[in-house]
Design a protein around this ligand. Structure first.
Ligand SMILES: Nc1ncnc2c1ncn2[C@@H]1O[C@H](COP(=O)(O)OP(=O)(O)OP(=O)(O)O)[C@@H](O)[C@H]1O
Ligand SMILES: [Mg+2]
Length: 227
């Protein structure tokens, strides 16, 4: 999947506070199969950038194109379909359903895909195995450690083999060995499915895994961001 941002700005208008310019003038192309790390200090706009790439939020102005088509012309149906069929998202705060066991959290993307119940369960268990959590399938999020919750979120994002994986500090709660295992998993899946991976990280070994690194400061990309 080819995704192109041009002149993208995102302005938040929180309550009575002053507006926040979270993104200013972002030009960025993510090529099919590309691995990219987004770096920068807290508050510089990394999560906001990911949410625009993931079609979870619309820019205040500027253009977002997928495979050459402007996303703002998509119907809400097409937007939702693109998001759940082609994109996988690992949220910074995981966003797991608190009352559901790990396996049901993981199989969710398959519900929308119309996969049969038994097959959903089988694939969810396999996805949990892939992230080293085969023995925690029936635990609810409250019964999991921080790093385990993070891995459930990763399994959920990968279960439908998305063309674009967006991950917000996916190894932030993992020890270095588990973090390396997860990067190994990303590599395998990205190579199998030719998918692109964009991840936000503060970890230099994770950044080194990406073939391209882009740095952000105060809502702007800085440094050499050429593809
Ligand atoms: N929904 C919102 N309403 C108002 N302001 C917001 C909202 N979301 C983010 N912001 C502001 O936009 C700026 C960018 O936020 P963002 O979450 O993208 O930063 P970040 O780079 O991901 O930071 P961190 O590394 O701490 O996760 C911040 O100043 C934040 O306070
Ligand atoms: Mg963030």
């Amino acid at each position: 999947m080819l995704i192109q941002l041009q002149g993208v700005q995102k302005r938040y208008l929180p309550g009575r506070d002053a507006a926040v310019n979270a993104l200013l003038d972002i030009d960025l192309t993510v090529q099919p199969g590309e691995r990219m790390a987004v770096l920068g200090p807290s508050g510089c706009g990394k999560t906001t950038l990911l949410s625009i790439l993931g079609l979870l939020s619309r820019p205040t102005c500027g253009s977002v194109r997928i495979d050459g088509t402007e996303v703002s012309v998509f119907s809400s149906d097409r937007l939702a379909r693109t998001r759940r069929e082609r994109i996988g998202f690992v949220f910074q705060s995981y966003n797991l359903l608190p009352r559901e066991p790990a396996w049901r959290n993981v199989m969710f993307p398959l519900v929308f895909a119309g996969t049969q119940r038994r097959e959903r369960r089988r694939r969810a268990l396999a996805a949990l195995e892939e992230v080293g959590l085969g023995s925690r399938a029936n635990h609810t999020p409250a019964q999991l450690s921080g790093g385990e919750k993070q891995r459930v979120a990763i399994a959920r994002a990968l279960i439908h083999r998305p063309e674009l994986l967006l991950a917000d500090e996916p190894t932030g709660n993992l020890d270095s060995k588990t973090g390396r295992d997860i990067l190994g998993l990303f590599t395998r899946i990205a190579e199998q499915t030719k998918s692109s991976v964009v991840l936000v990280t503060h970890d230099s070994s994770v950044a080194a895994w990406a073939r391209r690194r882009v740095e952000m400061r105060d809502g702007r990309l800085c440094g050499n961001n050429a593809p």
